[in-house]
Write a protein that binds this ligand. Sequence first.
Ligand code: HEM
Ligand SMILES: [Cu+2]
Length: 684
Amino acid sequence: MATTAIPPQEETPSAPTTIFRRPASTEGFWGWVTTTDHKKIGIMYGYSAFFFFLLGGIEALLIRVQLAVPDNTFLSAAEYNAAFTMHATIMVFLFVMPMAAAFFNYLLPLMIGARDVAFPRMNAVSYWIFLFGAIFASSSFLFGTSGAPVGGYLPDGAEWASRLGSMPNGGWFGYAPNSLEAFSTGTAMDYWAVGLQVIGIASLISSINFIVTILNLRAKGMKLLRMPVFVWMTFVVAFLLLFSLPIIAVALFMVTFDRQFGTVFFDATGGGDPVLWQHLFWLFGHPEVYILVLPSMGLVSEVLPTFSRKPLFGYAAVVFAGAAIAFLGFGVWAHHMYASGISTVAQAAFGLATMTIAVPTGIKIFNWMGTMWGGKIRFKTPMLFAIGFVSLFVIGGLSGVTHSIVPSNWQQTDTYYIVGHFHYVLFGGAVFGLFAGLYYYFPMLTGKMYNERLGKLHFWLMFLGMNLTFGPMHWLGLQGMPRRTWVWFEEQGLAFWNAVVTVGAFVIAASALVFMINWMLSKRRGVDAGFDPWDARTLEWMLPLPVPEYNYAKLPTVTALDEFWHRKYTEDEDGRAVRRDDYDEIVAQLEHEGRNPEEEIELPSPSYFPFLVGFGIMFVAYGVVYLSAGFGIWLMLLGAVIALGSFVGWSVEPLEEHHGGHDGHAEAADHEEIEDADAEEVEA
Ligand code: HEM
Ligand SMILES: [Cu+2]
């Protein structure tokens, strides 16, 4: 791997230092296109994901306008099906997952005391494959085609027309046989299947990268049980991705083969089994919900202790509860299929397994409450979102438990009760957790403080909006309102709560606007964040802000969990945490050292090849969609030449490495050093 040597800094004639020079190519637009810096890659994930949040949000508003009144024709049936399918696909795969990847990328090396991830170019390629995969999937809006569903219901005079192009319209879990050619003619569902396949490759590559980084690049003394909870959740999510993505990859290949080559994996008329798709999809799909929420649980576990001014209550229990949730999450998939005809015994077994997950989840909830209990709580915006996360996730979790009970599930399945439930855990949970992280790390990212008043306005509007939107959905569902149905009728008596839900959705939209204004204004004109603005606990806050390109001027040595806290605080005779006498010197020294590297620093060099690999793979994807049209094979070949050619270029890219040979930073501590750096254990 090509690296760039950054000579030590030259400061004043007295101190022997060197000048920090950046190679020209890391600047400007091409600097972003060629970057292999985990922080820049994280930032690109973040802005891309937020763009898709807005897109998914607009689709949700379209859905809610259509359902605001009875017999509405604001959207046609075709448009409605496309809107909820892409709303969900975008929110899950193009917003929440990449926003979590933004935090993984930006924070992981900083939290473990490293200069970058284990494979920086692989990290860049996973971003570009994600982005080109997202562009490909979204381009179905322009290039997709789809015919009227066979046997679908259309009121008199209504026609199967769509102003929303022909985006995928088979629902976010694309059940067969509806997703097959017989019922979904045209290319729309090919875009869905191939798009998810490409995005899955990106997630798989980065999960391997993060596992290797966490196991190999931790700073001296950073034992596994000294890692911040967010690093643990990154680790757990990486394994969830590693084990669940191959399942959906196989299923997506099978559905693509059924659509493109006429195989019959899921086609009962040819001896295939449509229920097999459900098993495969949910074997991935249920672990997927933890892939969506565990990163937010990690972020909340960083925010709560900082703003309660107490260590996380039951650190180890929180960590292992996360791992237990992930493990148990692989054994409950058929709770989505109680009504699909599986046996009663299977239903009971999966019901029981599902209830067990409430135990580790409960442990986390109680530990978060234990952290706040007796704490000196500062109600800053990150803390409000973290508390919002805990309370809303509990509500979502409780309605989730009601689903695991087979008889009540039979009533609730495919109604708005379910839609209400998963939005409490996904929006109230995952999204609130992500916003807690965005506000908490805003100073680290920008070196500025956000506007606290606007932050609080955002929180209260979003909290109100989300409860107005997703709370009443439970009642609408119990009143029998089916999900995925583009129109409801006056005589169903659902007017009041549907109106409330739609108003709520627009309140959420207003809150997102407040967030964007705050972000843009504060990034430009916010007050300087200074050093350690939150008086935080973990390693990454020891860095000067915004974080320098090289992260640590000198790689740290870790002696305890909450290393930074232990450097600033000690215990008085009553066991209370008190500032060390030389607190100011410690902090000033850390900031000075952080800005003035004294030794040569190796950083991964920029490269064009990751971008080109992603670009090539996009053409292969278009090729697959148009294989049966006859010209796809040429697009596939073109894409393969670009992607494989780039891999060859990548493998012969000039090596300037002086150290150790593996991709990037050989100066990470080896395992012995990581394990035995117990210089001094300070319990505060
Ligand atoms: C921004 C606020 C949001 C609003 C107003 C909203 C609204 C809705 C509505 C009304 C539906 C039901 C459509 C139907 O079945 O008739 C829906 C479906 C769905 N939403 Fe959202 N949603 C929002 C955010 C999110 C987020 C953040 C996620 C995920 C992280 C998400 C994931 C889903 C999923 C998975 C479905 C199921 C789609 C299907 O049945 O295929 N939503 N949403
Ligand atoms: Cu599930």
